[in-house]
Design a protein around this ligand. Structure first.
Ligand code: ZN
Length: 346
């Protein structure tokens, strides 16, 4: 009995020393398994009870269980201490300097062309025009024929077209959208079509891809004065000033009569002079800004509208042209160059 209790005492002391000496979680766990595990030394003492006289067994069993409890508590306490020490080591290690300024993400902005396009659509939307959509790849019928531009018409040469296989073209203007809308809706209608158009052209004022906004209004009793009123109000809004507007007779296959619209030069305020002869208007004091006219009855015939009953007007403008004049940009290619020094100015 005495020797068994002494053996238990020795084992416990040895275990406590092992626990106290454990420097990290791993060695602590080794000690735990050695003494408290299923095949650990304390467990073996319990198994050895068979050899102990029966009257001593309860006492020894109780002592083993007490020792197990004390050791388990010691292991837990040591585990917390080790954890705490590791945490302190981490905190006192090399410092993370959170006072250094971060690397900010540069803030993007809406492209000047998209903004101009949105401004144009906003103003026209305020006049009651709704946005209509159409495909960039068009068939020749919608791009030319339905707009009164038959195959042998010289206008097909005027617009240097990109042809796609299968009798299709990259639309040379947004006007085919008008046709698609009129094919599916009856008057009254008031729409704008906006988007990319494509022509075989490339210099400081022309790009093979550029953007147009086109307006169409059809109803009973629509006249040229409605067209004039809408465009004058629109141009004064978009250029944010009371600039003079004039209409010159012109020719487009899909409108009759047709007009070219000029505004007073935004650079020289119509004087024609700015440090000598004004470069923008070349001294004339006027700038060509858009084309327009009353919808040709031949176009109405293609979509089945009664041209005795309905009249309409249409106009088309280049978004790049408006943006260049509004922001005094000299080269159209800057819009597509992705040069941040240019783009950040807006
Ligand atoms: Zn000028």
């Amino acid at each position: 009995m005495e020797s068994a209790l002494q053996q238990l005492e020795d084992i416990e002391q040895e275990a406590l020393k092992g626990i106290a000496d454990a420097e990290d979680a791993e060695s602590l766990d080794r000690v735990r398994v050695e003494f408290l595990g299923k095949k650990g030394r304390l467990t073996r003492v319990l198994r050895g009870l068979a050899a102990v006289p029966a009257q001593d067994r309860p006492q020894i069993g109780q002592r083993v269980n007490e020792a197990k409890e004390r050791l388990a508590r010691a292991v837990d306490a040591r585990k917390s201490a080790i954890r705490e020490r590791e945490r302190e080591a981490r905190l006192s290690g090399p410092q993370l300097d959170i006072s250094l300024p971060g690397f900010g993400q540069p803030c993007g902005a809406i492209h000047v062309l998209s903004r101009t396009m949105a401004e144009i659509c906003d103003i026209l939307g305020g006049f009651g025009f709704c946005i209509a959509e159409g495909p960039d790849i068009e068939d020749e019928y919608h791009n030319f024929e339905a707009l009164n531009i038959p195959e042998d018409h010289p206008a097909r040469d005027m617009q240097d077209t990109f042809f796609v296989h299968g009798g299709r073209v990259l639309r040379t203007h947004t006007s085919p959208v008008q046709i698609r809308v009129m094919e599916s809706l009856q008057p009254p209608l008031q729409i704008i079509a906006r988007g990319s158009v494509y022509r075989h052209d490339d210099d400081v004022t022309h790009s093979p891809m550029f953007h147009q906004v086109e307006g169409l209004m059809v109803d009973e009793g629509v006249t040229f004065s409605h067209l004039k009123g809408v465009l004058t109000a629109f141009l004064q809004r978009i250029f944010e000033r009371e600039l003079p507007v004039r209409f010159r007779p012109s020719y487009f296959p899909f409108t009759e009569p047709s007009a070219e619209v000029d505004i007073g030069c935004v650079m020289c305020d119509g004087s024609g002079k700015a440090d000598g002869v004004c470069r923008i208007c070349k001294g004339s004091g006027w700038l060509e800004i858009l084309g327009c006219g009353m919808v040709d009855p031949a176009v109405f015939a293609h979509v089945g509208y009664d041209s005795e009953k309905y009249t309409g007007f249409a106009f088309g403008l280049g978004v790049e042209r408006i943006a260049m004049l509004k922001h005094r940009i000299g080269d159209i290619r800057l819009f597509y160059g992705s040069d941040l020094r240019f783009l950040k100015q807006f």
